[in-house]
Design a protein. Structure first.
Length: 242
């Protein structure tokens, strides 16, 4: 059975491991061998690696405050039609795998958070979980296929965030505003199924209408010739949006 002493011992080991990093957790229990120089960590004198694993498996960090705050956000604010999805960073300088460092951001170091908001008010949010095994929202990454079916939509992990955030809102008709980090034709199709329109800037490699890509190239080359403030529209291929 796990006692309170085991819990305090586990917390102390986790703090120690966070301050004295090794390539693998089990390396903290490795001892000196001839021809293999390694530091000797004192935690090995208090608990074996196998016992540490058995205790660690019995615990799962869970903080209900985030879910309570999200519920309160929607309890005190009824979302309107126009909403926005974007990323933000909560400043943090400690040690954790969840921390990101983006020098070009106003807050270059901390926890990245995906948020859906209206008029600057956060309606809901999701933590960004960087890594190769998990996607942007912590789900296992699906196996990728080279080709997709005609009725299948292909979303990358970042675009999936938009869908997950919209699903957290009360059932209603929304119009989502995005930047070019998210925008793609497939994402807009999925949002349409959820009764949500979308407006956003996009990148030329996002799969948009080829005519728009050519217009962007002409604009970059200074050959577009449009008047200031001129707006052009292009209907979708299925003529459902004009």
């Amino acid at each position: 059975a796990i006692s309170s002493d085991h819990v305090y011992l586990l917390l102390g080991i986790l703090i120690y491991i966070g301050n004295y990093r090794e390539k693998r957790v089990r390396d903290h229990w490795d001892t000196y061998k001839p021809g293999k120089m390694r530091p000797s960590h004192p935690i090995a004198h208090f608990i074996s690696y196998n016992t540490y694993q058995e205790i660690y498996r019995a615990f799962r960090p869970y903080d209900p405050r985030s879910e309570a705050m999200k519920a309160a956000s929607l309890r005190y604010w009824i979302p309107g039609t126009n909403i926005a999805v974007d990323e933000c960073i909560q400043h943090f300088e400690g040690r954790t795998r969840e921390k990101v460092v983006i020098p070009t951001k106003p807050t270059p170091e901390g926890f990245k958070i995906w948020a859906v908001a209206e008029a600057g008010y956060f309606l809901s949010w999701l933590p960004h979980l960087p890594g190769k095994v998990f996607d942007a929202v912590g789900d296992k990454k699906p196996r990728t296929r080279k080709r997709k079916r005609a009725d299948e939509y292909s979303l990358n992990p970042t675009q999936t965030v938009v869908v997950d955030l919209v699903k957290q809102l009360p059932n209603a008709i929304y119009h989502v505003f995005l930047d070019n980090l998210f925008s793609s034709p497939d994402l807009f199709r999925v949002l349409r199924v959820l009764n949500a329109g979308a407006t956003g800037t996009c990148r030329v490699n996002s799969g948009i209408f080829k005519g728009l890509v050519q217009l962007k190239k002409a604009d970059t080359d200074g050959k577009l010739g449009w008047l200031w403030g001129q707006i052009e529209t292009v209907p979708t291929a299925d003529n459902k949006v004009d």
